[in-house]
Ligand binder design. Structure first.
Ligand code: ZN
Length: 95
């Protein structure tokens, strides 16, 4: 499954929580790619780009809220929001 609008950028980005307790996401100073990237209300990082998995720290086209992972201690930013592969691991191992 290839999404041509999804392109990894490696420079001029910052990864942080979209909101406190929210999913990790890449934020860019410059619009990442043509029409790709969402305008974000932030003067310094005005473009929201790819989501980042809270566990494997890889960019993902989408991340899911995973309650079992959110309760992980110690809590790390974005841990409650996982890519499909990590979500499967988290929910599969949660008894
Ligand atoms: Zn992951």
């Amino acid at each position: 499954m290839v999404n041509t609008n999804f392109t990894k950028i490696t420079e001029g980005i910052e990864v942080r929580e979209s909101w406190p307790g929210g999913p990790l996401r890449e934020f860019a100073k410059i619009r990442p790619h043509g029409s790709w990237g969402l305008p974000f209300d932030d003067a310094e990082w005005p473009w929201a780009a790819a989501y980042v998995c809270g566990r494997c720290k890889k960019t993902a086209e989408g991340v899911y809220s995973v309650t079992a992972a959110a309760n992980t201690k110690p809590r790390t930013p974005g841990i409650g929001w996982l890519c499909p592969a990590c979500k499967e691991m988290a929910t599969g191992s949660a008894a």
